[in-house]
Every structure is written in structure tokens, then in C-alpha cells.
Ligand binder design. Sequence first.
Ligand SMILES: Cc1cc2nc3c(=O)[nH]c(=O)nc-3n(C[C@H](O)[C@H](O)[C@H](O)COP(=O)(O)OP(=O)(O)OC[C@H]3O[C@@H](n4cnc5c(N)ncnc54)[C@H](O)[C@@H]3O)c2cc1C
Length: 292
Amino acid sequence: MEVHLHQPETLEEALEILSRDPENAKVLAGGQSLMVLLRSGLLRPDHLVSLRRIEKLQAVAVRDNVIRLGAMVTIRALETSPVVRQALPMISEAAASIGSIPIRNLGTLAGNLCHALIGADLPPSLIALGATIRVVSARGRRTIAAEQFFRGVMQTALEADEIVEAIDIPLLPLDGWGQAYVKVSQRTVDPALIGVAVVLRAEGSTIGDIAIAVGGAGEAPVRACCAERAFRGQPISWGDQFERCLAIRDDVECIADTHASAWYRREILPAVLHRAMARAVRRAREATVQGM
Ligand SMILES: Cc1cc2nc3c(=O)[nH]c(=O)nc-3n(C[C@H](O)[C@H](O)[C@H](O)COP(=O)(O)OP(=O)(O)OC[C@H]3O[C@@H](n4cnc5c(N)ncnc54)[C@H](O)[C@@H]3O)c2cc1C
């Protein structure tokens, strides 16, 4: 059957097209994942609404201690943008770990989130950083906390007529804060079997605020509250921290798929957290020294 490709130049136009028949239309971003689904016949929409010509979806802006990343910002831009690298090193780190340069050149931030692949590399960092996702439809606008956005394997909180327009991420003070994303995957181009994002603040010799999120382990990325409790207020000194990392096993029910067994994911989960914690602590200490 014929698929109609629409290439609107404004968001309003895109929303209007989508609202005519949302159940039979799909938004097209970089096409890296969508085209695979179309070619394999798993999806058969009548309409594709491309966002490529909508310039405002490609913007990166900083205002009132919030960085706003447009939905169509490419993964490669997240990796290389000096603004993102300086303000959100964990996002650049996660972006750099995705696929290959051609994939990152075409793939977009919102495409990575909305496809909601198990092991997608950007969601854990956005959850740990407390990001909110700005969503718009012909019915109006709403914001969804990144923590609430991912519902399961390739399932999100988005309605069929909604478009993600931007992601807002609160900026952290540089002094004393460290962030890190660490993943384990089968091959370097693959999504994470386990991906852990850590954001923490070093308060003297203890860990103060901390947020941890994990992707790849369960059906959707989640905040790791048990692991956070195991570390919050604890001495920062490194050495016996592996015991604390075991708490993350209480945060997520590991799944089995063609890439790894549930047992394997559960085994490596604390080790990936251990590595991410070590890196975040080192960066927090460096930030404290530089800030003095
Ligand atoms: C070879 C290969 C290796 C990969 N490796 C990795 C990896 O290591 N880590 C990783 O995380 N990912 C990986 N990916 C996935 C890749 O990151 C995704 O394909 C990409 O993020 C999808 O982005 P896109 O812009 O191409 O989205 P598209 O393919 O265009 O769209 C994907 C989905 O999101 C929806 N969508 C897109 N934008 C919006 C929007 N603004 N509003 C509403 N819905 C929207 C589309 O309708 C579609 O359902 C890999 C993909 C390939 C092909």
C-alpha cells in the first residue's frame, strides 16, 4: 500500500496533519529505527509526518538554569556540542556510546526516547538528571517527567497524536557535582545490556544528593531508589563500595531476551553501577578541587 510522506515546515502544520488520522500516521525523525519497522512490515502507516524541515525542533537553548534540547537535535550533536559537553557531560558520554557515527548523524534525541528500545542509551541519563519531556498535540501541550515517560518495551506515555517538541534538563552547579554513564553491550555498536547513569554531589567526605537510573535491565528504564538509599549520606571513600552496589538488584526485575539471560543481567548490574559510581565520584572530587 502507498505511504504518503508529509514534510511540513512548521510544528502547527505537522500537528494538523497528525490529528487527521493519528492511528494511521507515524512521526518520522531520523528514520534509523522507523525505517527498519516499515521495511520489515511490522508497521504499516498510511502517513509519515517528517519533522526534518521544522527548524525550531533543532535548537539548543539555555535559560534560567535549564537547558532545552529540541526533539530533532541529533545524537551526534549531543556528543559534540560544546554547550552539552560542558553542562551535561553524561548526556554527551551516553550519546557517544550509541551505534556508529552514521547512526548518530541521523538518529535524534526524541527518536531515541520515543522508540523506547530496551537498552536505549539516553533514557537513564535523562531520568537521573530529572529531565522533563515537552509534548504537544492539536489538543494542547503537556510535560511528562522522564521517569514517567517509559512504559515498557517500545512503549511510552505518548498518545498517537502527540509530538515530542523538546526536552528540558535542569542544570546542576558545577561545584562538587559529578555525573557518569557506563554501559555494557555485546558489541560497541549495540544498545546497552545494562546502562547505568549516576549523578551525585560530594559534600566533604560524604555523598550528598544522588540520583541513579538504569536501562537495559528491565522492560523500561527506571530510577534506582534502593541503590540511591544505599549510598546517600555514606562516606565517599572508595574501597568497600561494591557491597552497596548490590542494592540495585532490588530496583529492577531483570529480563531475558535474545541478547542476554536475566541471570547475566542481574550478575553484571552491580558491577556496572560500581564503575559508574567510581567515575562520578572522581568527577565530583575534581569539580570540588577546581571550585576551591
Ligand atoms: C545499527 C544500529 C545501532 C544502534 N545502536 C544503538 C545504541 O547503541 N544505543 C541506542 O540507544 N540506540 C541505538 N540504536 C537506535 C538508534 O539510536 C535509534 O534508531 C534512533 O535513536 C532513533 O532515532 P531516529 O531519529 O532515527 O527516530 P525514527 O527512527 O525516525 O523514529 C523512532 C520512533 O520514534 C518516533 N518519534 C521520533 N521522533 C518523534 C517525536 N519528536 N515525537 C514523537 N514521536 C517521535 C517515531 O514515530 C518512531 O516511532 C541503533 C540503531 C541502529 C539502526
